[in-house]
Design a protein around this ligand. Sequence first.
Ligand code: ASP
Length: 331
Amino acid sequence: MTERKKHLVILTTGGTIAAKASGPTDATGYHGIEFDGNALLDAIPGIRKSYETEVEQVFSLDSCSLEDHHLLTLSKRVNSVLEKEEIDGVVITHGTDTLEETAFFLNLTVKSEKPVVLTGAMRPAEVISADGPMNLLCAIQAAADAESRGKGVMVAFQNRLWPARDVMKLSTYHTDAFRCPEGGPLGTVIDEVRYNYATLRPHTVSSEFDVRELNALPRVQIVYQHIGSGEEMLRCAIQTRPDGIILACVGNGTVPPELKKALAPCPERPKIVRASRVPSGFISPCGNINDAEYRLIPSGGFSPQKARILLQLALTKTTDYEELCAIFDRY
Ligand code: ASP
């Protein structure tokens, strides 16, 4: 008996992977997003013979233009696609600039053990040595592999499979732009899929977050700290009355004493997460401010942009300070 071909849905959202290079040797310049999912598959010889593929364009945007409602739309779409028994997995093509945020959001809101793999490209289509087709092939191979079930949402890039929780874009230009600052890839895809590690934190079916009935997300902003930042931007952010703020502090999430007045806890103040702009490491209690006294939620090892996603989702469940801290600890 011949084995049934794996049935995958390829959802496209835009990004450089779907953009046409300005010229065959122009590795960075491109015209607008021109290629749809079928064109992306056409660049991989024989792919339709090996897999049953359905292609759907969810958006066609540079990922710097994505907003919270796009995250909700995409998560709902992935959930409804995966409910269909005949579908084995989903591949999502995405701009690399905010890919890690979308991947983390899906990691916490997709209610299925079936594989969900995101990918993109650093070089536009049709430039020499474009990386899109190989990245897409790896993502498809990973999404079709039985061992990918239950691994959480992953990012396929340059033959490696990265966990959505920890992966970051760490280069503006190199084709191996994605890494986990504190760990290695879950596995590799070099003709075949091989896993070496698993992620231990809650995700997908073990995550408590469910956005299937939500129409909006809590509003959370990031305030970046730097020499001379003072309290101005923090005060401006608080005045816009968001539900939460991520303070992207220096070093170990160090809060300058000059910010203490602006941070004074009161019922109207947004929930504030103390994070670090340093890409690697963990936020431990900070010497110059008491988190509990100032109601600051330590971000753990989450980057400001990942902490933003987690706070948005946490705020759909609770506004209690201790519970929010516990969520950051658990995830
Ligand atoms: N500008 C692109 C984006 O949509 C960058 C990329 O895809 O590599 O994020």
